[in-house]
Design a protein around this ligand. Sequence first.
Ligand code: UFG
Length: 328
Amino acid sequence: MRILVVGGAGYIGSHTTRQLAESGHDVWVYDNLSMGHRAAVPADRLIVADLADVGTLDNAFIMNRIDAVVHFAALASVGESVRDPARYWHNNVCLGIQLLETARRNGVKRFVFSSTAATYGEPDAIPITESAPQRPVNPYGHTKLAFEKALGDYAAAYGMGYAALRYFNAAGASRDGTIGEDHSPETHLIPIVLQVALGQRPHLDVFGDDYPTPDGTCIRDYVHVEDLAQAHVLALEKLTDGAGLHFNLGTGGGYSIREVIKAAESVTGRKIAVRNAPRRPGDPAALVASSAKIRQELGWKPRYPDLESILETAWKWHRSHPNGYGDR
Ligand code: UFG
C-alpha cells in the first residue's frame, strides 16, 4: 500500500512509520513538526506541512498516489483540553475532517485512526471491552469520540474502511534505542520517572494516593510503542471497503504508579525520589483494557507484555538521549 502517515514524526507515529516500511509498504510522513521530530523519520519520506494547508495536503495524496491513511496528528493532553477546548475541537475535529475529506476526494478507502481509552471516561467495569459505553469526561475525549463517529458515517455512506485504535498508555522505545519518547513539556509518568533516575528532576510528584486501588495510586495499562505500531500494520492489512473496526490497545495488565516506580528502580538500579501531590483533575482511578478482541481478530500479540521489558527499552532511550532528539 502507498500510505500517508499524518503526524508520523511523533512518538507513536514514528514507530508505526518504521514498521509499515519494514512490512514492505510505501510510506510517506506528513507532519508540521510542532510536536514531531525531523530525526525520527527518514528525511526523504518527510513532507513538512500543516493539515490546514489543504493545497499541500491534496498534493501529497495526488503525487504519491496514496491509498491508505494512518492519522496521528492531534493534541492529546487532557488538562490542556479542559483549559482550551477550542484548540482541541479545531485541531482534532475540524482539521481531522479536512484530512478525511481530502482522503475521500482522492479515492482512499482505508483509514486508521489513533483513538484513546479517554473515549470511555470513568469505566463501569475493568477490564474495559470495546462494547463498554463511551462517555468521555473531558474535551480531549469528546474530540476523539466525535472523530470516531465521523468515520462511522463515512464508512456507511462512502465505503471508507476504518479502524479506530483506542490506545491505553503508550510507553517504551524502539528496541535498537534510536527512536523514543520526547514530549515538550513532558507530562507522562514513565519518562518523568526515568528523568528522576537520570538526575534531571529532583523527584516525582505522585498525583493522589487515596484512590480506591490496592495501594491508593492510579492503575494504568502500559503498552509498548512497538506493539502499538504492529497493531496499525495488522489493522491496515485487515481493512476492507466500508468496514468499521474498533479495538482496544492495551496488554490487559494494570500497574499502579507505585508499581511503576518499583519496577523502574529495579531496571535502572537507582532510587526514585517521590513526593505526594494532590490528585490531577480528570484522572480515572483505573484504566485497563480487555485486549481479547484484537488478539482474536487480528492475531495481535504483544512482544513486551510486562512492565520491566517496556521500561528497559525506555531506559535505553532516555540514557542515550538525555535531551531527547535535542531539537527543542
Ligand atoms: N502521574 C503522576 N505524576 C506525574 C505524571 C503522571 O503521578 O508526574 C500519574 C497520573 O496522574 C496517572 C498516571 O501517572 O495516574 C499515568 O499518567 P500519564 O500522564 O503518563 O498517562 P495518562 O493515563 O494520564 O494519559 C494517557 C495518555 C494521554 C491520554 C490519556 C487519556 O498518555 O495521551 O491517557 O486518558 F490523553
